[in-house]
Write a protein that binds this ligand. Structure first.
Ligand SMILES: Nc1nc2c([nH]c(=O)n2[C@H]2C[C@H](O)[C@@H](COP(=O)(O)OP(=O)(O)OP(=O)(O)O)O2)c(=O)[nH]1
Length: 141
């Protein structure tokens, strides 16, 4: 008899925010000390126990940027396979409800026009989020 051991892969759910303000989108540069150092991401992070995607995202954005957001629209989920784990990115289009950003984790943030988004070095998988955001914009306009 052949036994097949299928090891269970860790699945990490990460809500993240495509934050719009005055026609621009916020990109955050990850710290040099973290995984995916100095690459760009949509701010957000892993859920805590019992949180919904929306609750976790609002908490993460408060922690990382010290601002309040309004969640506008959920974009399609993007799954990123790292071999030893799967990162399930759950992006939401958001708006700022408060406007003074204080960075607690990111190296820097940039406000980019939608067409400028692909020009920086995003973590793998985020280009899918950008494409899905473009699709959302084209339907909305
Ligand atoms: N917030 C966010 N995380 C992203 C994006 N793309 C992407 O691969 N990630 C990854 C980076 C992290 O591995 C994970 C988010 O977890 P986290 O915010 O707690 O970051 P972390 O460095 O502490 O996590 P880790 O990799 O050390 O486990 O998702 C993105 O656009 N936004």
């Amino acid at each position: 008899m052949i036994e097949v051991f299928v090891s269970e892969k860790l699945v990490v759910r990460v809500p993240c925010a495509v934050i719009e303000h005055e026609g621009k989108i916020l990109a955050g540069q990850r710290s040099a000390a973290l995984s995916f150092p100095l690459q760009w991401e949509f701010p957000g992070g892993k859920l805590e126990k019992g949180e919904t995607d929306e609750e976790g995202l609002i908490r993460e954005i408060r922690e990382e940027l010290d601002v309040e957001i309004e969640i506008i629209h959920k974009l399609p989920v993007t799954v990123k396979d790292q071999g030893w784990r799967e990162i399930v990115l759950v992006p939401f289009v958001c708006r700022l409800r408060s406007h003074v950003i204080t960075l607690t984790e990111h190296e820097q943030v940039l406000w980019l026009n939608p067409e400028e988004l692909p020009s920086i070095d995003w973590t793998e998988g985020d280009l899918n989020i950008i494409q899905n955001y473009y699709d959302y914009l084209s339907i909305k306009l």
